[in-house]
Design a protein around this ligand. Structure first.
Ligand SMILES: [Zn+2]
Length: 304
């Protein structure tokens, strides 16, 4: 129960030396608080929704929640397309409910920006009526899972353009950066970029699947795009400056790891001695620090 909710009000009512009208008001307040307090056992929402532009919405994942990767909702004149990744069964159900609250149009397509292998229940939760659009590499990753998809799948190698009415959706595979087969979504009419997990905004995410130098190169390429807004994989909607800020962090992070490698330090020593000034470290970084350092140490060691 939230702080200051029903318990406090009913206690106040019991202790109240007040008249009948005041008691009724207190009773009503207590009932309202009970009605709007989350019931025990009801899961907290995985996403919060924010409007990006006309007919465009971002579902911002709770960075501590099980979804942990934002989704991007595009409403075309006849249907809805969602882009994103890490769609757990609960996440897919919640995205479907979010869309139903925004529009009566049906969810027709899911653009899967990437799929982390060995996540068998993830990205399989949409109904068979929804088609899946993804890169050939991500499709290959999906086929490698034990679970099988019942959805129609459209896959492509490098670039795909979807045009519907006045809406153009450009899909581009960015490799070798974050996760094999990772793609970004760009809407030229609105100059909006959905970077998915290629970029985080002011919050850390675990970095354990990708290639450090390729990741920085990908971000440098995206910085050349004309963008008004950027929907990142984690954190709130940002802009080109936010994209650049994340690239600066990545470069500082990799430079620090390279310093430890140059001094011949092991991965374990690098984890122990790693240091960046606090102002350069995004929130929640301690939660992912060890895994991310071990990954970067391993990747950069291989590339030396
Ligand atoms: Zn991811």
């Amino acid at each position: 129960m939230w702080p200051g909710s029903g318990t406090t009000s009913t206690t106040a009512m019991r202790n109240c030396n007040c008249n009948g009208a005041t008691r009724v008001r207190l009773l009503l307040a207590a009932l309202l608080l009970l009605l709007f307090s989350p019931a025990a056992g009801v899961a907290a929402p995985l996403y919060s929704v924010t409007k990006v532009d006309e007919r465009l919405y971002a579902a911002i994942a709770d960075p501590r929640g099980e979804a942990a990767s934002n989704a991007f909702i595009i409403i075309t004149p006849t249907s809805v397309t969602v882009a994103g990744a890490h769609f757990t069964p609960a996440g897919a159900a919640e995205i479907t409910r979010i869309i139903a609250a925004i529009t009566p149009l049906p969810l027709r397509s899911v653009i899967l920006t990437h799929h982390h292998q060995e996540s068998p229940a993830v990205d399989f939760g949409f109904p068979p009526t929804v088609e899946l659009i993804t890169s050939a590499r991500s499709w290959s990753n999906l086929k490698g899972e034990k679970q099988q998809l019942n959805n129609q799948v459209i896959s492509f190698e490098k670039v795909m353009t979807i045009v519907g009415g006045k809406q153009t959706i450009l899909l581009t595979v960015m490799e070798p950066g974050y996760t094999a087969g990772n793609l970004v979504v760009y809407l030229p009419e609105q100059a909006v970029l959905f970077a998915s997990d290629l970029a985080y905004n002011n919050v850390a995410g675990v970095m354990d699947d990708g290639h450090p130098r390729g990741w920085v190169q990908d971000l440098l390429q995206l910085e050349n795009l004309v963008v008004t807004k950027v929907v990142p994989g984690r954190g709130n909607v940002t802009d080109g400056a936010g994209l650049q800020r994340f690239r600066f962090f990545l470069q500082d992070f990799f430079t620090e790891i390279m310093g430890h490698l140059e001094r011949g330090e092991s991965a374990e020593e690098t984890v122990r001695l790693f240091h960046l000034p606090p102002e350069k470290i995004p929130p929640l970084f301690p939660l992912v620090q060890r895994k991310s350092i071990e990954w970067a140490w391993r990747e950069l060691q291989e590339q030396r």
